[in-house]
Design a protein around this ligand. Sequence first.
Ligand code: SAM
Length: 222
Amino acid sequence: MSDKKIEIMSEFFDNRAETYDYHMIEKLDLNVFYNEIAKYIPVNRPNIEILDLGCGTGLELERVFNIYPDAEVTGVDLSSKMLDKLKEKYKDKVTQLNLVCESYFDIDYGTEIYDMVLSTYSLHHFGRELKLSLYRKIHSSLKTRGVYIEGDYTVKTMEEENSLIAEYEHIRNTNCIADGFYHFDIPFTAKTQTDLLGKAGFGEVDIVKQWDNATVFLCQKK
Ligand SMILES: C[S@@+](CC[C@H](N)C(=O)[O-])C[C@H]1O[C@@H](n2cnc3c(N)ncnc32)[C@H](O)[C@@H]1O
């Protein structure tokens, strides 16, 4: 079991904001991931309202704006530096963007507000209970026929998932820290994700794409 120190979430991403896009697109070659996400953005939704949880620098929003140039987007992120990068990138969208620099665990999303909720590469940092509470908020915030698209790191086996959770809990206990504030990667299996999304009220959860270390989930609110 490692005793590595972990960084406060907002500081972790503030410190990496400058090179974040280069890392994701040039080094990790993740355009293919964001192109995949774009395939599931619902079509024919005039005046679409979108909530992006952990929007970061807005890599996923490029695809959203290609499809819906006039989309109204609420983007939530803890890191002010990541949000500064997003603002620089989408200067022409300033009147359509409502950027909230807070934790998505701490804010109210409202009820039946959004046509689409989106979250990419952000939710693999939290334990099961916290994630379930977030999924419940996402489900309530969607309109009927609204969709939730999540693309994130996943692991293949329960052994990997349980071992990461055990390591995270050990670090949390050693450092007396609560779930959700520090940066530590605990991706779940696609099965755990699907079960949590089902528990949160999504009657239909489709795994629409799977790579070795990541999965795209498409959930429809009935
Ligand atoms: C790996 S980045 C992903 C950014 C973007 N969605 C993308 O795909 O490039 C994870 C983002 O989640 C944000 N984040 C992590 N925990 C958060 C929380 N509790 N509330 C809001 N944002 C959070 C981080 O600040 C960071 O910008």
